[in-house]
Design a protein around this ligand. Structure first.
Ligand code: NCD
Length: 360
């Protein structure tokens, strides 16, 4: 059974196939109208969402399939204390494929161990968001005509922003990618990501503190929202929430063919006036999200029919050990649910939690 928990669960080639299929769908939508007739998607959303959930829903409806699920964990048995493992064992009786968003990091990976049907991670805590990555890649392909030899600036909340973590990982596999990380000290990438990018990832990485320093060299500027809901202390959020605001003045120093991406929702980080600039690609990006999810649903259902095994690709490929040590991250699914503690030993002897990737 194949799942999409992390963008690296797809090889570069498979990622390219999903993007190509999305482009076929865009070119001839009528051809796919009944492609999922008789199939059901369950959307299990334990955390707020507008775009992602509705984009999964409209993707399945456009394929002729049906959608069940919940958008608020309080209306499901979770409020009675049901575990993720039990919930998906129930859902598998009703649906053919699951899209799960959860506030606990690693919850979709746990779901994939019990579901028996394909599970798609629709965002887990501040960890990963692989379908946003596919959306971003399709957008980059359509807007720039390629996925390699690009200089990409990531600006804002690089610590809690799961879309950033997933896209960085995906981009590290394309030749000639240069990355500029633009964040305040408090919102730098998590350690496990910094280590990964440092350790021969093939990415050229530079860190700066201001947008102005990076702007002129960028092909793509990926703006992000400061993730208010992940801060333990409101005062910490207030201090960094307006660290970066992209306005027309700053955009003047950018290339004519640069594009601005944002996974949305936007708060203050992009001035409304920027929306009218042709370089603002974030609303076009939203529509790409539906097409790429159509392509992904079709692909995973086809693979489920072929009974393809779930092989994790390099970053996560080495065998996991069931450890005696426990993950210290309170936001990890292993902190609240009774799951096997899975750890991976790193080359330097440290251990990484399989669910949330925190380094122990
Ligand atoms: C993002 C998310 O949920 O991580 N939104 C989305 O899925 N398009 C980004 C965010 O919430 O800031």
């Amino acid at each position: 059974m194949r799942h999409l928990i992390d963008p690296m669960d797809l090889t570069v080639e498979q990622t390219g196939q999903v993007i190509a299929l999305a482009q076929e769908i865009i070119a001839d939508r009528g051809r796919f109208r009944d492609a999922c007739k008789g199939k059901k998607l369950a959307t299990l959303f334990y955390e707020p969402s507008t775009r992602t959930r509705l984009s999964f829903t409209s993707a399945m409806l456009e394929l002729g399939g049906e959608v069940i699920g919940f958008a608020d964990a309080r209306s499901s048995s979770v409020s009675k204390g049901e575990t993720v493992a039990d919930t998906v064992r129930v859902i598998r009786c009703f649906a053919d494929i699951i899209a799960m968003r959860h506030f606990k990091e690693g919850a979709p990976l746990v779901a994939s161990q019990y579901a028996g049907i394909p599970v798609i991670n629709a965002g887990d805590g501040s960890h990963a968001h692989p379908t946003q990555t596919l959306t971003d890649l399709l957008t980059i392909q359509r807007e720039k005509g390629r996925l390699d030899h690009l200089t990409v600036g990531f600006c804002g909340d690089l610590k809690f922003g799961r879309t950033v973590h997933s896209l960085l990982r995906a981009l590290s596999r394309y030749e000639g990618t240069k990355v500029v990380l633009i964040s305040p000290e408090e919102l730098r990438l998590p350690d496990y990501m910094l280590r990964e990018l440092g350790a021969g990832s093939g990415l050229e990485v530079r860190e700066v503190r201001t947008l102005e320093e990076a702007m002129p060299e960028l092909d793509i500027l990926y703006m992000t929202r400061v993730q208010k809901e992940r801060f333990a202390d409101e005062a910490d959020y207030e201090r960094v929430k307006d660290s970066y605001v992209l306005d027309l003045e700053k955009l003047k120093t950018a290339r004519e063919d640069m594009i601005v991406l944002h996974p949305l929702p936007r708060v203050n980080e992009i001035a409304r006036a920027v929306d009218n600039d042709p370089r603002a690609a974030y609303f076009r990006q939203v529509e790409n999200g539906k097409f790429v999810r159509m392509a992904l649903i079709l692909t995973l259902l086809r693979w489920a029919g072929e009974n393809r095994p779930f092989e994790r690709t390099p970053v996560l490929a080495e065998p996991y050990g069931v450890g005696e040590r426990t993950c210290p991250n309170p936001h990890c699914i292993s902190a609240t649910e009774d799951v096997d503690q899975l750890l991976r030993r790193e080359a330097d002897g440290s251990c990484r939690c399989a669910y949330c990737e925190t380094i122990l």
